[in-house]
Write a protein that binds this ligand. Structure first.
Ligand SMILES: Cc1ncc(COP(=O)(O)O)c(C=O)c1O
Length: 435
């Protein structure tokens, strides 16, 4: 099919995500390799967002493809109440690379399902109902996970699941700036007091917040959250669906602060999105609760053998190719290139990154930090920047007044500079909007 035919038929018979259907203009994609993908007509794009921050090892890796083929040929599926070798080996491998005593795993089909099960586990283990979550967060689109979500994607699904209480983040937007770790922790402590600690099962938070702004927590914040949760018997759930698997230059973002949450949720980079798979990782004492108590949870495709085999192969690629080290090395280069952009382009109001997890915030005014698009909205200039990136063959995620710099972890220095040369020219468009 031609690109035009693919788009027309897809638009006729499918719904596209998070959009009024008359406004969507999808890129038709036929194939992908490394950090690039191509349209059916052969137009090449740099994938500077690893699609949805998930193809961490890069596209088209033969080692993962072969593992999927072999597992599909040997045993494509069994009822998840049975045990398989890929399930056993993957869980043991995850226990090796996960922090502390997180060594028991429940396999799901993605991020939202992982978060749904994490809060279910927290409620079963603690016997409490309430869940704290943060406003600047995304935890998935299913009924419970969208209620946990703090950003505007939640609004049309309210009132949602009962018992969720949102708290403020250390970051308050480009105009208000950051609270210190101590200020944020004091606010959290007060909310816990007012809600009643004994009613709160868990606090779920993205270790490094993803779509809401690549928000790297101030030092001391995660350690303080850990202390507060421990003190009050509240389970700490770190959502590492986006920040896990090398994205930040460590296996998991919590490793930067040496914090061990009670549960970690993961997906995306777990298989590098070659096939869907998510997981909840539990500390041993949490898992032990289910030795004699029923674990009330399960799905038809849980612990899917093909997905577990894909994850094992993907994890081996991270290791064999030193991708986490490369994320650190290329992350340092990316941070330098971002700082350079901030110095030369008046529309760049803030740059943030950790490893290869990065974001640029654009402003209309460097003194007031007025954002180039409103909270939850867009603007003529942001749309023009997105269009420029598309014309120039750079795919990335443009959202509100921000855009992301999240390439696959296999990126080389040459490829990084190629992408930043396009970004550099694109920012001339947004610079013209600055007062
Ligand atoms: C931090 C975080 N949690 C959860 C999810 C939901 O994952 P999924 O789309 O696989 O359900 C996402 C997806 O972007 C995410 O970024």
């Amino acid at each position: 099919m031609t690109g035009e035919e693919i788009v027309a038929l897809s638009k006729k018979h499918t719904l596209f995500e998070w959009a009024a259907q008359s406004t969507v203009d999808p890129i038709p994609v036929a194939r992908a390799k490394g950090i690039y993908f191509w349209t059916p007509e052969g137009r090449r794009f740099i994938d500077f967002n690893s699609q949805l921050m998930c193809v961490n090892i890069g596209h088209g890796d033969e080692r993962v493809i072969r593992a999927i083929e072999q597992q599909a040929a040997t045993l494509a599926y069994v009822n998840p109440t049975m045990a398989t070798e890929p399930r056993a080996r993957l869980a043991a491998k995850l226990a090796d690379i996960s922090p502390g005593d997180i060594e028991v795993f429940f396999f799901t089909n993605g991020g939202a399902e992982s978060n749904e099960h994490a809060i279910r586990i927290a409620r079963l283990v603690t016997g409490r109902q309430k869940i704290l979550a943060r406003y600047r967060s995304y935890h998935g689109a299913s009924a419970g996970a969208i209620t946990l979500t703090g950003d505007p994607r939640r609004w049309t699904s309210e009132p949602g699941m009962p018992g969720v209480v949102h708290v403020l983040d250390p970051y308050h937007g480009i105009e208000r700036g950051w609270s210190s770790a101590d200020e944020s922790l004091a606010m959290l402590d007060e909310v816990i007091q007012l809600e009643g600690a004994h009613t709160i099962a868990a606090f779920i938070l993205e270790t490094v917040t993803g779509t809401n702004g690549v928000l790297v927590p101030p030092d001391g914040y995660l350690e303080g959250v850990r202390d507060l949760c421990t003190r009050h018997g509240i389970l700490m759930i770190c959502d590492e669906v986006m920040s896990g698997f090398g994205r930040t230059g460590e296996w998991f973002a919590v490793d930067h602060w040496k914090v061990v949450p009670d549960m970690i949720t993961m997906a995306k980079g777990l298989t590098s999105a070659y096939v869907p798979l998510g997981a909840v990782g539990l500390r041993r004492p949490i898992a032990d609760h289910f030795a004699t108590n029923v674990f009330w949870g399960g799905m038809t495709y849980g612990s899917h053998p093909v997905a577990c085999a894909a994850a094992l192969a993907a994890i081996k690629v991270y290791e064999d190719d030193g991708l986490i080290e490369n994320a650190r090395r290329m992350g340092a280069l990316m941070a330098d290139l971002m700082t350079d952009l901030a110095l030369r382009h008046p529309s760049v109001g803030a740059v943030r990154s950790i490893g290869l997890f990065g974001l640029i915030e654009l402003v209309r005014d460097r003194a007031t930090h007025a954002p180039l698009a409103p909270f939850g909205g867009s603007s003529r200039e942001m749309a023009a920047l997105a269009e420029f990136f598309r014309q120039e063959g750079l795919y990335t995620f443009v959202r509100w007044n921000t855009f992301f710099t999240n390439p696959p972890l296999c990126i080389t220095e040459g490829e990084m500079r190629e992408a930043f040369a396009i970004i550099d020219r694109g920012l001339e468009i947004t610079d013209r909007a600055v007062n």
